[in-house]
Design a binder for this molecule. Structure first.
Ligand SMILES: Nc1ncnc2c1ncn2[C@@H]1O[C@H](COP(=O)(O)OP(=O)(O)O)[C@@H](O)[C@H]1O
Ligand SMILES: [Mg+2]
Length: 390
């Protein structure tokens, strides 16, 4: 494996395991900060490999490849939460500094471990159960009321691994698989949320933390499609309590780097935690253009234990619209129209091939008229996708 070329002047190398768009979007801030990135990419044309010169190809499940990669880095962080525990253990044995640490990361990797820990900390969660049998599913559904939400504890993303079920029958395939893997499933009450929110913050190894304003996230079929920063008409008390809960989770779990806490806002003005992510997160993409310090820069500062930057918004509102793959493989021709129509808007594309429903980019637009910003973000995202042509 070729070592990354180091910059002179004592600047460190940050290694990122996984070559997705989150690793890719660290590239701009890394260039500006003068730190070097190296990414362990799943393929030579992975999103981040197209943007970062040092991008050895290797699987995040391959202990030897990951350890060889990490040896050339001063600190290792993650593009996703799918690095298996034996690989993390091998890195720890080799003395590789990791942020977040495996001890913290497990609560973003395993939704059951997360539910157990947050419940023990007294952080509000939906009613939940760990189950292995059809009888237990029926008992839980009868107790909390159908339909319920079933989740595979590990490996899910973008709604994959989440299923709303109206009867135990609808879970028979997952129950069979869980039995053969000898692994339980997570069940949750279906929360009648009024909307979804997210707390995003960064915490450094020294314990400094900085939180962005609480945002509203909109999910369509389990995939984030829009984020509004800050969350409109959010009760100040709720915002403060949610942020406090996020900071407490970060401290108690020893999270280092960016932490996203996905929340459901309830009709009575309370909230419950949905899940945690310990890396830059879709709910923070707005901050690249809408805050003094964007989440990718902040993540690098945090994992390097540098002082954190200000998370203050630069405008009253920023709206982020995700660009999802549609039917049109050609995206670039749309740029001319989108840029001409809205010179204030920022487009971020990930260098990924179009597949239906796949996250391939996002747009950000900031200003004072929220309804107008939402319309402009949606139009630009739809136009790049090819969903509208006018
Ligand atoms: N208990 C629940 N009640 C209602 N909706 C839920 C529940 N859990 C998840 N969802 C919906 O499914 C989406 C994806 O679930 P999540 O656990 O965040 O999975 P992923 O890891 O794919 O993001 C959530 O953003 C929310 O819209
Ligand atoms: Mg989620």
């Amino acid at each position: 494996m070729t070592a990354p070329l180091r910059a002179p002047g004592g600047f460190p190398v940050v290694g990122i395991i996984g070559g997705g768009q989150l690793a890719r979007m660290c590239a701009g801030p890394a260039v500006e900060l003068g730190v070097t990135l190296s990414v362990l990419a799943e393929a030579p044309d992975a999103s981040a490999a197209l943007a970062i010169p040092s991008a050895p190809v290797g699987a995040h499940t391959d202990v030897d490849a990951v350890v060889a990669f990490a040896r050339e880095c001063d600190v290792v962080t993650f593009d996703h939460e799918h690095v298996p525990s034996d690989v993390l253990a091998a890195l720890a044995e080799n003395g590789v500094p990791m942020h977040p640490s495996p001890a913290a990361l497990v609560f973003a990797q395993d939704k059951l471990a997360m539910r157990e820990r947050l419940t023990a900390l007294g952080i509000p969660c939906p009613r939940w159960a760990s189950v292995r049998s059809a009888e237990e599913v029926t008992a839980f559904g009868d107790e909390v009321g159908w339909p319920i939400v079933a989740k595979t504890p590990r490996g899910g993303y973008d709604g994959k691994g989440v299923r709303v079920i109206g009867s135990t029958q609808e879970l028979s395939d997952w129950l069979e698989r869980a039995a053969s893997d000898d692994s339980p499933l997570l069940l949750e009450e279906r929360v009648p949320f009024t909307r979804e929110l997210a707390v995003l913050l960064a915490r450094s190894p020294s314990g400094q933390a900085a939180a962005w304003p609480v945002v509203e996230t909109v999910q369509t079929d389990g995939i984030c499609t829009e984020v509004i920063a800050p969350a409109p008409e959010l009760d100040e008390q709720l915002a403060a309590r949610a942020t406090e809960a996020g900071l407490r989770v970060a401290g108690e779990l020893g999270v280092t780097g960016v932490l996203a806490v996905e929340l459901f806002e309830l009709p009575d003005g309370e909230f419950v935690v949905n899940e945690l992510a310990m890396r830059p997160h879709n709910s923070g993409h707005w901050s690249m253009d809408g805050a003094v310090t964007g989440q990718f820069e902040q993540h690098l500062r945090a994992v390097l234990d540098l002082p954190l930057g200000s998370p203050r918004p630069r405008a009253p509102w920023t709206v982020m619209g995700n660009v999802l793959g549609g039917d049109h493989p050609e995206l670039y021709p749309a740029y001319r129209h989108v840029m001409a129509r809205d010179p204030e808007l920022k487009a971020h594309l990930y260098g990924k091939a179009v597949r239906p429903g796949r996250k391939i980019g996002h747009v950000n637009v900031s200003g004072t008229d929220l309804a107008d910003l939402r319309e402009r973000a949606r139009h630009a995202a739809d136009y790049i996708e090819g969903a509208v042509t006018e």
